[in-house]
Design a protein around this ligand. Structure first.
Ligand code: GBH
Length: 503
């Protein structure tokens, strides 16, 4: 019956039945067991042990959420929330302690097999990231992502992952957030593999761009291995995850609009363009600008190493989907809040200013606000720019500060706003297949240590048992997932979790 006589009947917007709902984590942030059962040292083990001062509370991931020993409880939490997908990462040095394929750690393989089997037992789809920043220390000592051989080391590791887990894992993600590996790591002294722990943190402005190229080639080699050696039998997909914050123009002036576009090219275009654009290669305006600046600075070649034609072709199209990690947004200006120190860097190459309006709600981390419609805006932009590839939101979430608080209404507000944007994007024809909340549980927040909490489940990191307790947001997320629509008024009746039939 059609709505009539002014009755307020509106069509309830629903998430498609096949739309994947899940949660995400990464190995170093949750596993602990940093030196257990033959695991090798990672750059994060080295850095947190050698230079604890880099971490806000001088903590580390030695134990973290101890998921190495609590993985069955983690799977139970996914079941409690009726989630159908779990995005987690494999620790490269747990599989290959030295990073190299001659020495495979059987206990590492066994751990992930048991864990994946536990997920499959309850029909939860594993979405596996191969690299979420925990590079084997031994590879860092060979230059990490500054060494072009990283692409062969990564390809060897990827083949071992596909061989061992590809019969049961159908969604692989090569890299989590190249920008953070290549660019951000160097702005915050040293982490994630491109410059690495001191004393390897040198020449960041050069390393940044070497890393951008080498990582793109590494992704491509792993993708083609999957495509040629495994796809026919394993029938899965292999994609990459890029961090995409929203950058809008501060005013409607052509200068600000262009500044925003340049910022987008420098933030995510530099990583997505070589793979997803029809032309391939780095974004044109950005690479022209870096070449020009490099010449002015006295370099004989651009600091951004161009791809050879062969590499360009190898990289172009080397992903089955674009994973998007999205958290926040900024306004971009050609004139306001500009850099004061002009040393060669990506920031100087782009040379724009950022503005965060006062009225955008603030979170427990100073870089993250609730930016209106940011998730819709980026999906809309990415769809237009890259001809609507398959997308997954592979991370999205809201941090609170360290205090104990299960009534996380601000997180609920954030998730509801984001999921409203997901519905808008689906209406808009964005080829979006799933949404992973960051994070399943509180965990080691990199340089923030344990001072920021992103979890749907709370963990007291002083508690040796690392007991997991659902926050209110876990109940609200579950309600959305079960009902496939957004109820903005739902409140859980109690804070006791049960597992619904069929999960
Ligand atoms: C993601 O990075 C990561 O994939 C995930 O592991 C992480 O836990 C999650 O987001 C939440 O941060 O504190 O001012 O030094 C998102 C991109 C880049 C955002 C580094 C925070 C540090 C800013 N992150 N950035 S600051």
């Amino acid at each position: 019956m059609a709505a009539c006589h002014g009755s307020p009947v509106t069509k309830q917007r629903r998430f498609p039945t096949k739309f994947m709902f899940g949660a995400a984590t990464s190995a170093y942030q949750i596993e602990g067991a940093w030196d257990v059962d033959g695991k090798g040292e990672s750059i994060w083990d080295r850095m947190t042990h050698m230079s604890p001062g880099f971490i806000e509370d001088k903590s580390n991931g030695d134990i973290a959420a101890d998921s190495y020993h609590n993985y069955k409880r983690d799977v139970q939490m996914l079941r409690e929330m009726s989630l159908d997908t779990y995005r987690f990462s494999i620790s490269w040095p747990r599989i290959l302690p030295t990073g190299m394929p001659n020495d495979i750690n059987p206990a590492g393989i066994a751990f992930y097999k048991n864990f994946i089997n536990e997920l499959l037992k309850y029909k939860i789809t594993p979405m596996v990231t191969l690299y979420h920043w925990d590079l084997p220390q031994k590879l860092q000592e060979l230059g990490g992502f500054a060494n072009p051989l990283i692409s062969d080391w990564f390809a060897d590791y990827a083949r071992i992952v596909f061989q061992n887990f590809g019969d049961r894992v159908k969604h692989f993600i090569t890299f989590n957030e190249p920008r953070e590996t290549c660019i951000v790591s160097n702005m915050f002294s040293s982490f994630n593999g491109s410059a690495g722990p001191e004393p390897f943190n040198k020449s960041t402005n050069i390393v940044n761009y070497l890393c951008a190229k080498h990582l793109a080639v590494a992704n491509a080699k792993a993708y083609h291995i999957y495509d040629k050696e495994f796809r026919a039998t394993q029938k899965g997909q292999c994609g990459i995850t890029v961090s995409v914050d929203w950058y809008g123009a501060h005013t409607n002036s052509p200068e600000d609009k262009n500044a925003a576009e340049l910022k987008r090219q420098g933030e995510w275009g530099i990583f997505a363009n070589p793979i997803f654009s029809t032309d391939g290669g780095f974004p044109k305006e950005l690479s022209d600008r870096i070449a020009k600046k490099s010449a002015q600075q006295g370099y004989t070649k651009s600091r951004l190493p161009e791809f050879t034609e062969e590499e360009k072709a190898l990289v172009k199209g080397s992903a089955d989907f674009l994973g998007v990690n999205h958290y926040t947004g900024f306004l971009v200006s050609a004139t306001v809040n500009k850099l004061e120190n002009h040393v060669p860097s990506l920031a100087d190459d782009i040379d724009v200013g950022l503005i965060v309006p006062q009225e955008w709600p603030k979170s427990g981390a100073d870089w993250l606000t609730l930016t209106p419609n940011s998730l819709y805006n980026i999906l809309h932009q990415l769809k237009a720019k890259y001809n609507n590839p398959v997308f997954y939101i592979t991370e999205n979430g809201w941090p609170t500060t360290a205090e104990f608080n299960l009534n996380d209404d601000d997180r609920i507000t954030y998730y509801r706003a984001a999921l409203e944007n997901v519905l808008d994007a689906l209406d808009d024809g964005v080829n979006l297949k799933g949404y992973m909340a960051w994070s399943l549980m509180d965990n080691f927040e990199w340089l923030g240590g344990y001072t920021q909490r992103f979890g749907l489940y709370y963990i007291d990191f002083q508690d040796p048992a690392r007991t997991r307790i659902p926050k209110k947001s876990a109940f609200v997320y579950k309600h959305i997932v079960n009902n496939r629509y957004l109820d903005h008024t739902y409140q859980p009746e109690s804070m006791t979790m049960t597992i619904d039939p069929g999960h």
